[in-house]
Design a protein around this ligand. Structure first.
Ligand code: URA
Length: 232
C-alpha cells in the first residue's frame, strides 16, 4: 500500500471516529520492490500501530503517565534497540532514552560506530521500550503490563523489519525472548525473535551504577558484534 493511500485510509477512519484500527502486519509490510517508497511505508505502518494504541488505558500504567513513549529513530532502521520502559525524563518529553541512561546509550552507539569505522549514529537506528508508559517510581514493569504492551512492540518490530534487535537489560530480554535466563548469561550470545537475530546486552542504567569497567567493556563487545553484523 502506498503511503498516500495509507494516509487516506487513516483519515477516513479517523473522520468516522474509529481509533481502534487493526491492520494485519503482513498487509502493512513494506514493499521490498519499491525502495523509493520503502521508508514512507515503514513510517505509515508505525503510525497505524500508534493510532491503534491511541490514548491507551489497557493497563494500570496509564494512571500515572504523562506521555506515551512510543519510540523514536529511523522507521526503516536495520537495527532496533529495545529497553524496559520510560523513566521520568522520557515521560516528560515523550521520547525514549533521553535521560542519563539515554545519554549513555547515545555515547555507546555513536562511540562504538566511530571506533569500528561505521558511518552510523543514533538517529539511524530505532529505539523503543517493552512498555510505553513510565512505571511509577521507575519500578520494574509487571508481567501483565509487559504482556499487554508487548503486542505493540511485536507489531512495531514487524513494521520496521530490522536485520537485528539489541535488547537492553534483563527485564526487556526476558519479556522479548520469553526466557528466565539472566542477562549475565544471555549477553553477548545471539538469540532469535520471529526470525530476527537478537543480541542481548546490559542496560545502560546498570552500567551507570558505580564503577563497572567490566560491564562497559562487555557492552562494547556486544554492541560491536551487533553493529558489524547489521552494517558491516
Ligand atoms: N530506561 C529504559 O529502559 N528506557 C528508557 O526509555 C529510559 C530509561
Amino acid at each position: 500500500m502506498s503511503s498516500s493511500l495509507m494516509r487516506e485510509y487513516l483519515e477516513f477512519y479517523r473522520d468516522l471516529g474509529i481509533n481502534e484500527l487493526y491492520i494485519d502486519p503482513i498487509d502493512s509490510e513494506p514493499d521490498r520492490e519499491d525502495p523509493v517508497d520503502a521508508e514512507n511505508q515503514h513510517e505509515a505502518a508505525l503510525r497505524v500501530i500508534q493510532n491503534d494504541m491511541g490514548e491507551c488505558k489497557r493497563c494500570r500504567l496509564h494512571q500515572a503517565r504523562k506521555t506515551i513513549v512510543f519510540g523514536s529513530g529511523n522507521p526503516a532502521a536495520k537495527l532496533v534497540f529495545v529497553g524496559e520502559g520510560p523513566g521520568a525524563e522520557e515521560d516528560e518529553q515523550g521520547l525514549p532514552f533521553v535521560g542519563r541512561a539515554g545519554q549513555l546509550l547515545t555515547r555507546m552507539i555513536d562511540g562504538t560506530c566511530e571506533r569500528v569505522g561505521l558511518p552510523i549514529r543514533r538517529p539511524d537506528v530505532y529505539i523503543c521500550n517493552v512498555v510505553k508508559c513510565r512505571p511509577p517510581k521507575n519500578r520494574t514493569p509487571e508481567k501483565d503490563e509487559m504482556e499487554i504492551c508487548g503486542q505493540f512492540l511485536a507489531r512495531q518490530i514487524k513494521a520496521i523489519q530490522p536485520r537485528a534487535i539489541c535488547v537492553l537489560g534483563g527485564t526487556a530480554a526476558k519479556a522479548l525472548l520469553r526466557t528466565s535466563e539472566g542477562i549475565t548469561r544471555l549477553r553477548g550470545n545471539w538469540q532469535e525473535w520471529g526470525g530476527i537475530r537478537v543480541m542481548p546486552t546490559y542496560h545502560p542504567s546498570y552500567l551507570l551504577r558505580g564503577y563497572n569497567k567490566q560491564g562497559k567493556v562487555q557492552a562494547f563487545q556486544d554492541l560491536k558484534q551487533v553493529l558489524l553484523y547489521v552494517y558491516g
